[in-house]
Design a protein around this ligand. Sequence first.
Ligand code: EPS
Length: 373
Amino acid sequence: MLNYMTTGESHGKYLAAILEGMPSGLKMDLDFIHQELQQRQQGYGRGGRQKIESDTVEILGGVVKGMTTGAPVGFLLTNKDFKIDQMPDLERPRPGHADLAGSLKYDEPIRPVLERASARETAMRVAVGGLCQLFLREVGISAVGHVIQIGRAAVEKETDLTVDEIRTRSAGSEVRCVCEKTSQEMKKVIDDARQKKDTVGGKYEVRVSGVPIGLGSHVHHGRKLDARIAHQVMGMQSVKAVEMGSGSDLASRFGSQAHDEIFYDSAKGYYHKTNRCGGIEGGMSNGSDIVVRATMKPISTLGQPLASVNMKTRKPEKADFERSDICAVPAGSIIGTAIVSCVIADAFLEKFGGDSMREIRRNYDGYLKQIRA
Ligand code: EPS
């Protein structure tokens, strides 16, 4: 239902994206999208680039008088730090980046590879995901991302805060963590990494509330909602693991501690008192919050470069250095929220179809009546 593609390089003139499939009648709130883009640039441990850019997007099409028309929506971001044609090439690929494989695969220097592989591209994911978040809010669905671990500093237990409480608390933290004490521990981990000319990764959690039972499907692997979320989140730079709900913790539990018992009352309908499945069972949303956790590896560019090979001489040399972040996990929680919002919006449109917001609401209301009947 929803498809998008991005184009552009980290130091090219522009980054752009086109989102196809958004229905008509949705208000384009650019202030909200710019707020998400600004949040993506924040975060304790972010690099020098974020002091140069102040990311905003222009709308290229698909929006007339502030409302979507049902046509593809185009986004354009202009890079202030546009200097790609003057930048030197690298000869010593950085371990952990796309440099070596990309240069050999595309039979080209490292520079064009790193420029496209850069996490700079995630600015467009956030712009597209921002519009998807605006769509989801119209049908009572709200998504938020927050940081649960940086290095060895981690929140002690799963938070039982609501999405709105997470949004407020994480926005007040320089590392987007809901716990003040853990935020300070995380900042210290980042300071230690910076001092050692190293980098550090961590984990973020995306939580989505208001999702109705029945998005996704059990009938075909490609339609499973958890598989679609995992695919898209794994496609974000630096992500090396994606979990739903209690995820890998389930490996050590017995079934009696791993599943979510079912209850019913006339006011709430079917409900659960636990959410170990992360809101998805059998590939379908089950009415509980959707909970996704992603592990981000430490940034690949190190101030103390690792061993590499000069691709011209094949002689062992230390990897090249490029300006970079020490930690990008707080930014990752914003990017992950945008990515998950795109998947949920896609699954919502798949089930409730429609070309206009009015038609979609009519379809959705009819379904809610049906499952409550
Ligand atoms: C980033 C922009 C990049 C990097 C960073 C994230 O800008 P520049 O290369 O000019 O410093 O700072 O990208 C990476 C760390 C990476 O390894 O790709 C951004 O806008 O998110």
